[in-house]
Design a binder for this molecule. Structure first.
Ligand code: CAA
Ligand code: NAD
Length: 302
């Protein structure tokens, strides 16, 4: 086993200017950790209101980090927050937002056609050296990158929710990702303070390939009436040491997202039992019970 590319020590990255496209849950977190690490960030979203919301949540989350890092020196903490915020510019146009990027990280909706439209446009306007990466949870990196000419500079950078807290980054090598691009992505991840692992372009990479069927099995177990939701979650927290139980986690990730991933994989791999549709999940989603974000999923939230 070679371990030479899986260490987490912070290193210098040749990438200094990063454009994050999509200012939602994941994009705002990615922008935050990049700015915290000293990168110049352009955060792009087609929706200006989302950008305002992202800036507010980044400010709050940086405040949490500063409180911990500068416990005894609140003035330094304030400086840390304002300097990091000062490194984040926002834009509503992906084209103008990508013209000085060394790296573009795409974190827009999980829809291959919309991702294709974006990358096709970016490929024409971004500098030749710019690396493109997708934060997709469940789509194929090769399929997303099929529309660009710079296939050697295309890969996956898969972060986890909540981005500022979760320490892992999955670095996905597509079929044509060059060694230089792969190394740049690894170095960039480490410079952000993440522990990077290398993944092939297989469904769900490592984490979601294990986590999504696990959550699905927990929903099926609950659906069969084998145990209560609370007991299933207690079981995995206390019996397996997970920070959240599977149903809590399903609500946290979003039941629509869970369904979307399962449906996409089921269509592609119809014989795989683990990816089969789950009537209870479909019912909750059709009722608009999507988990924490809508106030109700397997549990109710205030
Ligand atoms: N942003 C920034 N910081 C946050 C945060 C956020 N959104 N949420 C929590 N934190 C910080 C808190 O400030 C706190 O910091 P300290 O302990 O240093 O003070 C720390 O994280 C723990 O937070 P809490 O005490 O509020 O809550 P907790 O201990 O219950 O932890 C949790 C919350 C980190 C979310 C934890 O429950 C957890 O790890 N859950 C599992 C999350 C998980 O599995 N994520 C992966 C989902 S799958 C995915 O993302 C991939 C995909 O493609 C779908
Ligand atoms: P989100 O809905 O919170 O954010 C997506 C944002 O993209 C929205 O603000 C939307 O306005 C914007 N957008 C849509 N089309 C755009 C375009 N053409 N140009 C610019 N902005 C555009 O979604 P999210 O949960 O942040 O997920 C984003 C990506 O990250 C998806 O590919 C998802 O699979 C992946 N991901 C999600 C999670 C998770 O737990 N939610 C974890 C890891 C990876």
């Amino acid at each position: 086993i070679t371990r030479q590319f899986s260490c987490s020590s912070a290193v210098q990255s040749a990438i200094k200017n990063v454009t994050v496209i999509g200012g939602g849950l994941m994009g705002s977190g990615i922008a935050q950790v990049a700015a915290q690490a000293g990168q110049n960030v352009t955060l792009v979203d087609v929706n200006g209101d989302i950008l305002a919301k992202a800036q507010k949540s980044i400010g709050n989350n940086l405040g949490r980090v500063a409180k911990k890092m500068y416990k005894d020196n609140p003035q330094e903490g304030e400086k840390f927050v304002s300097e990091a915020m000062g490194r984040i510019k926002t834009a509503t146009d992906p084209v103008s937002g990508s013209q000085t990027a060394d790296l573009v990280v795409e974190a827009i909706v999980e829809n291959i056609d919309i991702k294709h439209q974006l990358f096709q446009k970016l490929d024409q306007v971004a500098p030749d050296h710019t690396i493109f990466a997708s934060n997709t949870s469940s789509l194929s990196v090769n399929e997303i990158g099929a529309v660009v000419k710079r296939k050697d500079k295309f890969g996956g950078l898969h972060f986890f929710n909540p981005v500022p807290v979760m320490r892992l980054l999955e670095v996905v090598r597509g079929a044509e990702t060059s060694e230089t691009t792969y190394r740049s992505m690894m170095d960039w991840g480490k410079a952000l303070g993440k522990t990077c692992i290398t993944c092939k372009d297989t469904p769900g990479f490592v984490v979601n390939r294990l986590l999504v069927p696990y959550i699905a099995e927990a929903i099926r177990l609950f659906e069969r009436g084998d145990a209560s939701a609370e007991d299933i979650d207690i079981a995995m927290k206390l019996g397996a040491g997970y920070p959240m139980g599977p149903l809590e986690l399903a609500d946290y990730v979003g039941l629509d997202t869970n369904k979307f991933i399962l449906d996409g994989w089921h269509k592609k791999y119809p014989d795989q039992q683990l990816f089969k549709p789950i009537p209870l999940l479909n019912k909750l989603v059709s009722e608009g019970k999507l988990g924490v974000k809508t106030g109700e999923g397997f549990y109710k939230y205030e």
